[in-house]
Design a protein around this ligand. Structure first.
Ligand code: NDP
Length: 331
């Protein structure tokens, strides 16, 4: 039977923030389907996660052409749940996809050419069983394709009705400023930027966040929990059901060093003083920056989604707390 969404899913209107200087509001937590939604993952859990997120007011689901494994399967699996359970709610959802990383063989299967981006969007729409996506991203800058060509392809998607908005991911401040200017000239303002940002990875603080604020572009940091490191997951070893143990493509057990665990334990102690879980503090920390619109989390369990939403109960940091976090990170 198709899912009956929770009647009170929009009860917390404070959940939503305006994305840059656009008309679009996004929930302060968005759910990414990079991990846990491929064919290797449990179908019942995939469905439960998507539907519980929607019931909690999370209207924004982030995908890319290559999410899986195998590549493409996260879009197929999300599309199935969407059509079986949420078909009547398409206009309540922000569904995004991207292209730029390797997807198919030959010279057109990755990077930023018009050929790659337009073909990839058509493939994604088929997998998702959709006529349009809400946001399409250039997943990474392409040093060998003129930026004019990549931005022209994004603007074309919007004109053709296959994307409502466009965004950039992994572009540095200079590339972002140039791309934003080109998109503005093409009549398709850049809605949002998706960079990596968490306590252990702060490159965006060296210029990107300023550019986004200046340009009125929203920001959706990915991996705000450092793939699970900034949670209680690895405080006492590597649990069998964790990402590092069962799907270590990008988070390898050897990355979880003794030195890192010491910092995580110190951060956890600080979070407890704030009456938060470490995950909640790490999310609040990313959301503290005025340029940040929403944190793009992953989850393998519904209980994680629920814990993470609790972050919104305490987003404020005393200057002393921020300084204490900096001291731990720099130690
Ligand atoms: P996070 O940093 O949020 O890590 C998510 C993982 O943390 C979960 O899978 C889970 O790990 C653990 N976790 C989450 N909440 C809790 C909690 N409350 N308590 C304990 N553990 C918790 O994000 P992801 O690395 O999953 O990335 C999020 C999204 O960002 C992706 O799905 C994708 O949409 C996007 N992304 C974009 C990229 C880009 O280039 N644009 C690159 C990478 C990601 P476990 O599985 O061990 O339970």
């Amino acid at each position: 039977m198709s899912h009956q969404p929770a009647a009170n899913r929009y009860a917390n209107s404070a959940l939503y923030r305006r994305c840059g200087r656009s008309g679009l509001q996004l929930p302060q937590l968005s759910l990414g389907l990079w991990h846990n939604f491929g064919d290797i993952d449990d179908p019942a859990n995939r469905r439960t996660l998507i539907l519980r997120a929607f019931d909690l007011g999370i209207t924004h689901f982030d995908l890319a052409n290559n999410y899986g494994p195998p590549a493409g399967s996260a879009e197929i699996n999300f599309g199935r749940v969407l059509h079986a359970d949420l078909a009547a709610h398409r206009d309540e959802l922000i569904i995004t996809t991207k292209a730029g990383y390797y997807m198919w063989e030959g010279p057109y299967g990755e990077w930023g050419s018009r050929k790659n981006l337009l073909a990839s969007l058509d493939q994604s729409l088929k997998r998702l069983q959709l006529e349009y996506v809400d946001i399409f991203y250039s997943h990474r800058p392409d040093p060998h394709t003129p930026l004019e060509e990549t931005m022209g392809a994004l603007a074309h998607m919007v004109r053709s009705g296959k994307a409502l908005y466009v965004g950039l991911s992994n572009y540095n401040p200079e590339q972002t400023a140039r791309a934003a200017k080109l998109l503005r000239e093409l009549g398709t303002p850049c809605l949002i930027h998706q960079p990596k940002y968490h306590m252990f990875e702060r490159t965006v603080e060296n210029g990107l966040l300023e550019v986004l604020a200046l340009e009125g572009i929203g920001c959706i940091p990915f991996c705000p929990l450092a793939q699970g490191l900034l949670t209680n997951r690895y405080l006492a070893g590597i649990p069998a059901d964790s990402r590092a143990a069962h799907d270590p493509r990008f988070l390898k057990p050897e990355d979880i060093t003794e030195a890192k665990v010491l910092k995580i334990r110190a951060l956890d102690a600080l979070a407890q003083q704030r009456s938060q879980s470490l995950a909640q503090m790490a999310l609040a920390w990313v959301l503290r920056h005025p340029a940040v619109t929403t944190a793009l989390i992953g989850a393998s369990k519904v209980s994680q989604l629920e814990d993470n939403l609790g972050a919104l109960k305490n987003l404020a940091f005393a200057p002393g707390e921020l300084a204490a976090i900096d001291r731990i990170l720099q130690a």
